[in-house]
Design a protein around this ligand. Structure first.
Ligand code: HEM
Length: 144
C-alpha cells in the first residue's frame, strides 16, 4: 500500500515540479504566446490525466493504511495527511474544472491574453498544491 502511495505522490509532486520549474520557464523563454499556450494546454491535458490516477491511488491506499490501524490509533501526522490530502484534491478539482477548462477554451478561440491569465492561475494553484504536498509529507514524518 505504502509503495503505491509513495509512487503516486512522487508522480504528482514531481510532475508539478517539472511543469513549474522546467517546462513553463523554458516555454516562456523560447516560444511566442500562441505556441506556448498550445504546448501548455496539451502538456497539462496529459499530465492532469495522470494526476487523476494518482489521486485515486493516494486516496485508496491512504485510507486503507489508516483503516488498518484505525482512526483512533493513528498518529496525528496521519490525520494531518488525510486533511491536507483532501484539500489538495479539492484544489486540483477546482484547478481542473475552472482555470484549466478556461485555458482550453481560450486556446480554442485563439484568445492568447485570456490563455496567459488562466495559465498563470493554474501555476499559482499548482504552487500551492506543491507546498501542501510537502507539508503533508512533513506531517507524516514529524507529527507523531
Ligand atoms: C487523503 C489522502 C491521504 C491519506 C488518507 C494518506 C495517508 C497516509 C498514511 C496512513 C501513510 C502511512 C504513514 C506511515 O506509514 O508512517 C502515508 C504515507 C505517505 N503519504 Fe499519504 N495520505 C494521503 C494523501 C497523500 C498525499 C496527497 C501525498 C503527497 C502528494 C502523500 C504522500 C505520502 C508519502 C510520501 C508517504 C510516505 C511517508 C513515509 O515514508 O513514511 N499522501 N499517507
Amino acid at each position: 500500500m505504502k509503495f503505491l502511495h509513495v509512487l503516486a505522490a512522487i508522480a504528482w509532486l514531481g510532475g508539478i515540479g517539472f511543469m513549474l520549474f522546467a517546462l513553463r520557464p523554458a516555454a516562456t523563454a523560447t516560444l511566442s504566446p500562441p505556441e506556448r499556450l498550445m504546448l501548455t494546454a496539451q502538456a497539462l491535458k496529459r499530465f492532469f490525466t495522470l494526476v487523476w490516477v494518482t489521486i485515486v491511488i493516494l486516496l485508496l491506499t491512504g485510507l486503507a493504511m489508516l483503516m488498518a490501524v484505525g482512526m483512533k490509533n493513528a498518529p496525528a501526522g496521519w490525520h494531518a495527511m488525510l486533511g491536507i490530502g483532501l484539500v489538495m484534491f479539492a484544489l486540483f478539482g477546482h484547478l481542473y474544472f475552472g482555470p484549466f477548462r478556461r485555458l482550453q477554451l481560450a486556446v480554442g478561440k485563439t484568445d492568447w491574453a485570456e490563455g496567459t491569465r488562466r495559465a498563470g492561475q493554474i501555476a499559482t494553484l499548482a504552487t500551492v498544491n506543491l507546498g501542501l504536498g510537502v507539508l503533508a509529507i512533513a506531517a507524516v514524518y514529524f507529527l507523531v
